[in-house]
Design a protein around this ligand. Structure first.
Ligand code: HEC
Ligand code: HEC
Ligand code: HEC
Ligand code: HEC
Ligand code: HEC
Length: 274
């Protein structure tokens, strides 16, 4: 047998091994790709006329798309079987009626739903009150902020006066939260242990962001006053840190001045003996 023949006989099993390894590597990958493939809802709806494809475009820009909440997570249905995707047997819910929207969204946003239902808005559901999508949209839902409380949106049904009072109370508190967050972060960068302060701010911030949906001016004012009280406690703790940092700086500067003074004295002392 020539060298070439030995190589050939070796090569066949080597190729086999190579392909075996390759497929072993790729199989799990394709299984993962299958798992994260977009639901059939999107594939089919993207190719449909405007009325049925618009939701796809709008949804792509939403915080839901960002967090892996797909069409079927809201509307139900089977995301993997195009033929039966929209049958009630596969849990398809269709398009909710106006009065069903809060419960539709509230499956996942339970706390918000409860606050909303107890509010003047919730009590007027179906009788001129706004639903979740009036303020947040249905498909292009973006990160919520106080900018949602604006004259254009809130004066569709009543004057802006009460909305303004709520917005002002909340904006002031929000500004405090942002400032405190910045101060904590600058300490964290220099290695100070800020875990306790961070936890306190996190819990106050959560309480703050559940405030809006009751839309009760007195309640919002009372609660923001209480929250501001808690924020002031965190501010005081940070002021203390500022103080001790200032003291350390002064002590450091004093030590350096003292050393310079000693050096000068020694220098003069030596000169007198030279
Ligand atoms: C093979 C194509 C196809 C697939 C897959 C598909 N749809 Fe549809 N969808 C349609 C068509 C066509 C209509 C309009 C006619 C109708 O209502 O049946 C529609 C309508 C809708 C409507 C509006 C219904 C109404 O009452 O107005 C919703 C909501 C919807 N689809 C959601 C989904 C969701 C969620 C999925 C995935 C679980 C999905 N679709 C999968 C083709 C599809
Ligand atoms: C966050 C929940 C949510 C998600 C995600 C969602 N929808 Fe909707 N969709 C709604 C609501 C609520 C309505 C009814 C809105 C209304 O009455 O104003 C609606 C209405 C519709 C309608 C009726 C026409 C219209 O625009 O009102 C279609 C069609 C539709 N959705 C398709 C889709 C498709 C396709 C996807 C995925 C790309 C999707 N939806 C994702 C909540 C959602
Ligand atoms: C299947 C669960 C689910 C449904 C149904 C759902 N959402 Fe969401 N929503 C989420 C998740 C997950 C997030 C992203 C994480 C977060 O911020 O809570 C989110 C985020 C949001 C945010 C941004 C929150 C923030 O931190 O600023 C808003 C506003 C929102 N959803 C409104 C709606 C509205 C309106 C509907 C109904 C049309 C709806 N959601 C239906 C799961 C859902
Ligand atoms: C009248 C307008 C309006 C209505 C109606 C409304 N929201 Fe909101 N929503 C807001 C505003 C304004 C904020 C921002 C509050 C803030 O930044 O503290 C918000 C914040 C949120 C958040 C984020 C909360 C967080 O913890 O950061 C979610 C989720 C949400 N809304 C879901 C819903 C759902 C679900 C419904 C229906 C049950 C609904 N909203 C009804 C105006 C509204
Ligand atoms: C679709 C119509 C509609 C829209 C849009 C709307 N509201 Fe209302 N709002 C109502 C109705 C109806 C009431 C109950 C009657 C009243 O007090 O005027 C109400 C009541 C209120 C109240 C008084 C609550 C109380 O307990 O006394 C406040 C505050 C309020 N809305 C704030 C807002 C804010 C802020 C926005 C915008 C983010 C907004 N509204 C958008 C319909 C709406």
């Amino acid at each position: 047998m020539s060298d070439r023949d030995t190589l050939l006989t070796l090569r066949v099993p080597l190729y086999g091994l190579f392909f075996f390894l390759l497929s072993a590597l790729l199989l799990p990958l394709s299984a993962i790709a299958e798992e994260s493939a977009e639901p059939v809802c999107i594939q089919c709806h993207s190719k449909m006329p405007e009325k049925y494809s618009a939701p796809v475009k709008l949804w792509r820009e939403s915080i839901h798309a960002e967090n892996g909440i797909f069409c079927n997570n809201c509307h139900g249905g089977d995301p993997k079987d195009a033929a039966n995707a929209m049958t009630p047997a596969r849990g398809f819910l269709g398009v909710p009626k106006e009065t069903a929207i809060p419960a539709f969204c509230g499956r996942c946003h339970v706390g918000v739903l409860n606050d909303y239902l107890a509010s003047a808005h919730g009590r007027m559901l179906g009788k001129g009150g706004p639903t979740c999508v009036t303020c947040h949209n249905n498909h292009k839902v973006v990160k919520a902020s106080l900018d949602l409380i604006n004259e254009k949106s809130c004066s569709r049904c009543h004057s802006f006066e009460r909305a303004r009072l709520i917005r002002d109370a909340m904006k002031e508190t929000e500004a405090m939260i942002v400032t405190i967050d910045g101060r904590i972060n600058s300490y964290k960068k220099f290695g100070t242990d800020t875990e306790k302060l961070e936890k306190e701010l996190f819990s106050v911030r959560n309480r703050f962001h559940t405030l809006f949906h009751n839309v009760n001016v007195d309640l919002v004012k009372k609660e923001t006053t209480r929250i501001q009280g808690d924020l002031k406690k965190i501010q005081a703790a940070l002021d203390k840190l500022d103080d001790s940092r200032e003291k350390r700086k002064i002590a450091g500067a004093a030590a350096i001045s003292l050393m310079l003074l000693i050096a000068l004295i020694l220098h003069l002392f030596r000169k007198t003996f030279d």
